[in-house]
Design a protein around this ligand. Structure first.
Ligand code: NAI
Length: 377
């Protein structure tokens, strides 16, 4: 089968997420890196793209040139990944969808709920795949929890407790670091800092694992580093469509915590605990039984967890292979095969609605706010 042609915007040399996309997209021989506009600095971006094997005429100075260059070609790229800072996602994603490309957009998909709705409409009208990189949902053991919840193995989910709290933005004197600065600059990050940067991953996991929506929430935000305009610490209580009670703590000043994403799911007859720093294990407790550790690659796991396990049991599989799983599911979706677990523009929109609800709530003394996108009410 011919490889799909892949282009990337952002994710330049030294970026945080760029390497995970390159490792992920190329891991299974499904995609080849064909084009790129990788950096805000045109020459640095072109040079880096060529160093990765992109032909000189497809190493573009910026995304507009890439759009014009690629749309004219007979052998145009099939999929474009958008891995730039948040304030550019909307216009790039919309433009490439309208020009007939499939798009994988980084989270948060847009800066506003209205833009999110526009991307959903554009994706639906274009008939192209628009995915959002909620890559934690592609870890095999997260798929295992989802399958077991769907099979009723822990009964109705009563409660979820999630964290996405790290300490990497705790240093006040690091505020001018360009990789940190944009995340707290409303012009580049949007209306929210830590909640939009990390909290939405945890909320997406809650919806992904249960299959339910976040209906309403109440939030308390704090900006603890002097001069920071957006929150770096958030506590959110939420309620889900299936009646599940949810709690989320998301912070970027939690010194001593490293990556800091974990989730606990408490059902009527069982519960799970999973942490992204030990992604190959799920702690599973069945009412009346003992706590078991389920391991990636072991016999008896569900089909999806088996399909997305790459190396033999006990060998670690980490973040780039979770991103690779997103690309596996994307390739399937592009080929017209049903890959229902791929996070899509609809998920990106739901996240934006949650972020806006959290900001509104925090500004209104933690009042409860409807967290559903107007389009889905
Ligand atoms: P970063 O600041 O480390 O890197 C951004 C890269 O984009 C740089 O190479 C920069 O030169 C390039 N860039 C900026 N503007 C550009 C433009 N107009 N055209 C082309 N390139 C441009 O940022 P980071 O951490 O890599 O984040 C990028 C995006 O990925 C953000 O939206 C962030 O929220 C998301 N992200 C997602 C993660 C996930 O787990 N799914 C993890 C980390 C980031």
């Amino acid at each position: 089968m011919a490889k799909l042609k892949w282009g990337m915007i952002g994710g330049g040399q030294g970026s945080q997420i760029g390497p995970a996309h390159r490792l992920g997209a190329l891991a299974d021989g499904l995609f080849e890196m064909t084009a790129g506009a990788l950096d805000v600095d045109p020459e640095r971006g072109r040079a880096f793209a060529m160093s990765l094997g992109v032909a000189e005429d497809r190493a573009y100075a910026n995304w507009q040139e890439m759009l014009e260059g690629e749309r004219k070609r007979d052998d145009r790229v099939d999929l474009v990944t958008v891995a730039t800072p948040n304030n550019t996602h909307f216009e790039i994603t919309k433009a490439f969808l309208e020009a007939g490309f499939h798009v994988l957009c980084e989270k948060p998909m847009t800066m506003t709920v209205e833009e999110g709705e526009e991307i959903v409409r554009t994706a639906r009208a274009s008939g192209k795949v628009c995915a959002v990189n909620y890559c934690y949902s592609a870890y095999p053991m997260v798929r295992q929890m989802k399958a077991m919840v769907a099979a009723g193995e822990i009964g109705r989910v009563r409660s979820i407790v999630a964290n996405f709290s790290h300490g990497h933005h705790a240093a006040g004197d690091d505020a001018e670091n360009p990789r940190v600065r944009w995340r707290y600059d409303p012009a580049q990050a949007g209306i929210s800092g830590q909640m939009a940067d990390c909290g939405i991953h945890a909320l997406h996991l809650a919806t992904f694992i249960t299959g339910d929506e976040i209906e309403k929430l109440s939030a308390d935000f704090a900006s603890t580093v002097e001069g920071r305009q957006l929150e770096d610490d958030a506590m959110v209580n939420f309620r889900m469509s299936g009646g599940t009670v949810g709690r989320l703590w998301s912070s970027s000043i939690a010194l001593g915590r490293q990556h800091g994403l974990d989730i606990q799911i408490f059902g009527e007859t069982g519960g799970f605990r999973w942490a992204s720093e030990q992604p190959n294990q799920v702690y599973y407790h069945k009412l009346g039984g003992r706590v078991e550790i389920m391991e990636k690659g072991e016999a008896g796991l569900g089909e999806d967890a088996q399909r997305l396990s790459r190396v033999a049991i006990a060998h670690p599989e980490g973040f780039p292979l979770a991103v690779a799983n997103i690309y596996v599911d994307l390739a399937a979706r592009i080929a017209g095969k049903d890959e229902g677990n791929l996070p899509t523009a609809e998920d990106g929109l739901r996240s934006m609605a949650s972020v806006y609800a959290a900001v509104a709530s925090a500004r209104d003394g933690s009042a409860w706010v409807d967290a559903r996108p107007p389009m889905f009410r």
